[in-house]
Write a protein that binds this ligand. Structure first.
Ligand code: AMP
Ligand code: GLY
Length: 424
């Protein structure tokens, strides 16, 4: 079967690498892809939000399966679009329909879902410009820090955590009245602050059965010691050492199972990956957020730990036969460290030549993110540039491999955290 992967980051390169190992996979196309995916697959210059162009690519290249990397096309309804088009009948989409994608597309929808199904999460209330004064009063009755969340998609920037009440009230007003995050902040969810350590769980579901993928922990802040601005993710590790069998059972019983059951009870079909952002408070797990796709850079440590044929799992998802599948895992630790452009996550320059790539080819798991082939050179084309995955019997040996690969690489302004895994 031919596969089309939508997206162009490290996550999509990792899917491309993993699916490329399957005898069930014939040709892989990636839209738009990057310089890494181009080495083994065919890049198509298509914006995944341009559904008509995606349709033409499916028809032209006889695509049997579309794997949707990022959330935006899912929230915009790419699955529904493909499903409702007669010419695309039988094309399998990995990634849910619009209704289920609302779990990521609207924080309020996700909170109501959790409340309805008694899934542990921070207490909350939501407000619009019509209830701004109630929102300010709600904040005044809470303790600091204050957590304000734009309801809609805001490219990972829509969550504010503020220590000062007056500032929190002003930000609430700016989000609701001045639409600080555009339409995404027409509704704002205010949450109780949870103190703990974060981790992520991943589940592949066909709507009936589900297979748990390995958990991971990512590092979102730009600076060492988890300081500075939030980014898309600066690194990740899997497994997560503080997830004991007892804690894992709590995650399964209190969160994963009720989530899957809740989707069924609410008649919300779901075919694809559920990424559950969790926080461990004391000894108990709480949900921070749902995503309806795999994480980036979590994918760069999760898929390399899977020995099973991923294509077989995705095909089983389409046939609703995941029940008969189980995952074979590599017991090794995987780590990934993201090399980013100087200045990221604020303004940064693109088009810097990446040197040393030939030294890593075939020898390491180096996943491309914001890279682009220009003639015979590869240049930077985004904030997050390369994700270096290492594997080993311990966190230390896996990290040594991640960092050894990065030491061979260079581009003007290159930056990466030297302390991934520091807190474990
Ligand atoms: P989100 O976009 O929902 O993942 O939120 C971004 C980040 O904000 C999370 O990864 C957490 O670090 C933090 N965060 C979100 N909600 C809370 C909360 N209720 N308590 C503490 N931290 C939170
Ligand atoms: N690394 C977080 C995300 O993919 O949303």
């Amino acid at each position: 079967m031919n596969v089309l992967i939508l997206g162009g980051g490290g996550r999509e390169h990792t899917f491309c690498w993993k699916l490329g190992q399957s005898p069930l996979c014939r040709k892989i196309f990636v839209a738009p892809g990057n310089a890494g995916t181009q080495q083994t697959a065919t890049n198509l210059p298509i914006d995944p939000m341009h559904f008509e162009a995606v349709k033409q690519a499916i028809l032209t290249h006889s695509i049997g399966m579309v794997v949707v990397g990022p959330e935006a096309p899912l929230v915009a309804g790419i699955h529904d679009f493909i499903k409702s088009d007669k010419a695309l009948e039988g094309v399998l989409v990995i990634g849910p329909e619009k209704l289920a994608a609302t779990l990521e597309g609207s924080k309020e929808f996700a909170k109501e879902f959790m409340q309805r199904h008694e899934i542990p999460t921070a207490k909350y209330a939501s407000f619009t410009s019509a209830t701004l004064d109630d929102g300010k009063a709600f904040l005044a009755a809470m303790n600091a820090p204050y957590v304000l969340k734009a309801d809609g998609l805001a490219a990972g920037k829509g969550v504010l955590i503020i220590d000062n009440l007056a500032e929190a009230q002003a930000e609430l007003e700016s989000m609701l009245v001045n639409e600080k995050f555009g339409a995404a902040s027409q509704t704002v969810v205010i949450e109780e602050f949870l103190r703990g350590i974060e981790l992520s769980a991943f589940v592949l579901t066909d709507g009936k059965a589900a297979v748990n993928f390995p958990m991971a922990k990512d590092y979102k802040r730009i600076g060492e010691g988890d300081t500075g601005l939030n980014t898309g993710g600066m690194g990740a590790v899997s497994p997560v050492p503080f997830v004991t069998p007892k804690f894992e059972k709590k995650i399964q019983d209190r969160i994963i199972t009720p989530t899957l059951e809740g989707l069924k009870k609410d008649n919300i079909p779901f075919q694809g990956f559920i990424f559950i952002g969790l926080i461990k408070v004391g000894e108990d797990p709480f949900v921070i957020e749902y995503n309806v796709r795999m994480g980036d850079p979590e994918t760069e440590v999760v898929l390399p730990r899977i020995e099973s044929d991923l294509m077989e799992l995705l095909l089983a998802t389409g046939k609703q036969s995941l029940q008969s599948q189980h995952l074979v895992l590599d017991p090794q630790v995987a780590t990934t460290v993201m090399a980013v452009s100087g200045g990221y996550p604020e303004a940064y320059e693109k088009g810097k030549e990446i040197k040393g790539l030939e030294e890593t080819t075939g020898k390491s798991l180096l996943f491309h993110a914001g890279t682009q082939q220009e003639g015979s050179t590869v240049v930077t084309s985004g904030g997050r540039v390369l994700s270096s995955t290492g594997k080993g019997s311990s966190l230390k040996t896996a990290l040594a491999e991640s960092y050894a690969t990065l030491a061979k690489l260079d581009f003007e302004g290159i930056n990466y955290r030297k302390d991934i895994g520091f807190d474990l």
